[in-house]
Design a protein around this ligand. Structure first.
Ligand SMILES: *Cc1c(COP(=O)(O)O)cnc(C)c1O
Length: 397
C-alpha cells in the first residue's frame, strides 16, 4: 500500500517549486507564487482520476470525513452508521460534530453487511458510511438501494482503497460523498493530507467554506471575504499538496506493482487447504494493497498469524487483536473516555455500545489475516515470500 516507498524525483520537483517561492499556503499571495497552485492542481488531477465533479483537498483523511459530514449538514444527535472494522477516525469524525456513531456488523466483504444496516436504521439515521478496508469494497449497490429507500446519504470512506473501482466507477465517487487519506502509509501520500469528493454542488460549496473557517473565497482579499456560516481550519499546506502531485503521477505504476505482487501471493495461498479469500462484490476491482483471507477457526488463525511472523513474513495483520481497527479494543469509545464532556446527544446515543452484540463480526474478524503488499518487493522476491507464506500456513494445518 505505501506510496512512500517510491518517494523520489517527481515529489522533490514539486516540493522545490513551493520552496522556491516560499508560498506555503494554498490561498492568496497570487503575485508571489510564480504560478504555483499545488493544492488546486492536485484537486484537478484527482477530479480527473476519480471522474468526479468536485474535490476538496484537506489536511487529513480524518478532516475529510469531518468536512464531508459537516457539508451534508450532519450535526448533534444525527446517527451515522459505520462498520465495526475500520480505523478510529470513523467515530472521531462523527463525534467531532456531536453526531452518534452507530456501529454495525460486517460480513465476508469485511465491510458493512447490508442486512445489518437495514436493522440499524432509526428515524435519526442520516448517513450510511461504508469503509472500504484494506483495498476492497462494500457491496455498494445493495447499500445504495437501502439509502435510496430510506432517504439516507451514502458516504464512502475510501481512505484505504484509492485506485480501486466498483462496476467501472472509481471507489469514493459512487456515493453522495467520498473520502480519501494521503497520510504517510496510504496508497499515495502527501505526508499528511486527505480529500473529500462529491458530485453535489451544494456539498462542494459547503466543504470549500467549512474547511477554511467559513471563508466564501469570493474576490482576492481574504480579509474582506464574508462568512455565510461557521467553519473550522482543515486546510492542507502547499508543501503537502506538492508531494501528492508527485505521487499521483505514479499511481498507475503503484497499482500495477501491487496487483502483480498480490496475484503471486494469492496463487500460492490458494493451494493451501483451509484458506479462503475475502469476498469482493461482483463488479469490484480491488486496489491490491492487501491480500485478505480466512482460516477455518479462530484458534487456527492465531496459530497461522504466529507462524507467518516466525517465517519472517512481515506485514501480516490479525486485526481481531488490534487496538486501532476493531471495536473489540475500543474501550475508550465504549466507556466514553473523552478529555471533556461529550455533547449530551452523543453521550446518550453511545449507551447502546455497553451491551451491543457483534458476534457476527467477531466470527469474520477472528478468522481474518491481511497481508500488506509492498511495492519494494520484486517479482522474484515476491515468489519466494509467497512460497514461504504458503509453507508456514501448511505447517499449522
Ligand atoms: C487512514 C484512515 C483514515 C484517516 O486518515 P488520516 O489521514 O490518517 O487522518 C480514515 N479511515 C480509514 C479507513 C483510514 O485507513
Amino acid at each position: 500500500m505505501p506510496g512512500f516507498e517510491l518517494f523520489g524525483e517527481a515529489e522533490r520537483k514539486h516540493v522545490n517549486d513551493v520552496l522556491d517561492s516560499g508560498v506555503l499556503m494554498r490561498y492568496g499571495f497570487d503575485g508571489m507564487r510564480n504560478g504555483h497552485w499545488k493544492a488546486k492542481e492536485l484537486e484537478t488531477a484527482l477530479q480527473e482520476r476519480l471522474a468526479v465533479k468536485h474535490v476538496q483537498l484537506v489536511s487529513s483523511g480524518t478532516s475529510a470525513l469531518t468536512v464531508a459530514l459537516a457539508s451534508a449538514n450532519v450535526g448533534a444527535g444525527d446517527e451515522v452508521i459505520m462498520p465495526t472494522f475500520t480505523f478510529v477516525a470513523s467515530f472521531e469524525a462523527i463525534l467531532a460534530l456531536g453526531a452518534v456513531p452507530v456501529l454495525v456488523d460486517i460480513d465476508d466483504t469485511l465491510t458493512l453487511d447490508p442486512e445489518a444496516v437495514k436493522k440499524a436504521i432509526t428515524p435519526k439515521t442520516k448517513v450510511v458510511m461504508p469503509v472500504h478496508m484494506c483495498g476492497s469494497m462494500a457491496d455498494l449497490e445493495a447499500l445504495k438501494r437501502i439509502c435510496d429507500a430510506h432517504d439516507l446519504l451514502l458516504l464512502e470512506d475510501a481512505c484505504q482503497a484509492f485506485g480501486g473501482s466498483y462496476k467501472g466507477i472509481p471507489l469514493g465517487s459512487y456515493g453522495d460523498l467520498g473520502c480519501f487519506s494521503f497520510d504517510f502509509v496510504k496508497t499515495i501520500t502527501c505526508g499528511e493530507g486527505g480529500a473529500m469528493v462529491t458530485h453535489n454542488d451544494q456539498y462542494a460549496l459547503h466543504a470549500d467554506h467549512y474547511s477554511d473557517h467559513g471563508h466564501d473565497h469570493v474576490g482576492n482579499d481574504r480579509g474582506a471575504e464574508t462568512h455565510p456560516f461557521m467553519g473550522y481550519n482543515f486546510r492542507i499546506s502547499e508543501l503537502n499538496a506538492a508531494v501528492g502531485l508527485g505521487q499521483i503521477e505514479r499511481l498507475d505504476e503503484i497499482l500495477a506493482i501491487q496487483k502483480r505482487n498480490y496475484t503471486i501471493l494469492k496463487e500460492a495461498l490458494s493451494e493451501v487447504d483451509g484458506v479462503t479469500f475475502r469476498r469482493v462484490p461482483q463488479g469490484g476491482e480491488e486496489n491490491y494493497s492487501f491480500l485478505n483471507f480466512f482460516l477455518p477457526t479462530e484458534e487456527k488463525t492465531r496459530r497461522a498469524h504466529k507462524a507467518l511472523a516466525e517465517a519472517g513474513i512481515d506485514g501480516s495483520f490479525y486485526w481481531y487483536d488490534n487496538n486501532w481497527h476493531y471495536y473489540r479494543k475500543w474501550q475508550h469509545l465504549i466507556e466514553q473516555k473523552a478529555l471533556g464532556k461529550l455533547p449530551k446527544e452523543a453521550a446518550n446515543g453511545l449507551q447502546y455500545l455497553k451491551t451491543a452484540d457483534f458476534s457476527s463480526s467477531d466470527n469474520w474478524m477472528g478468522r481474518t489475516i491481511s497481508c500488506l503488499i509492498k511495492l519494494g518487493w520484486s517479482e522474484e522476491v515476491m515468489k519466494e515470500r509467497a512460497a514461504r507464506a504458503a509453507d508456514s500456513l501448511r505447517s499449522i494445518a
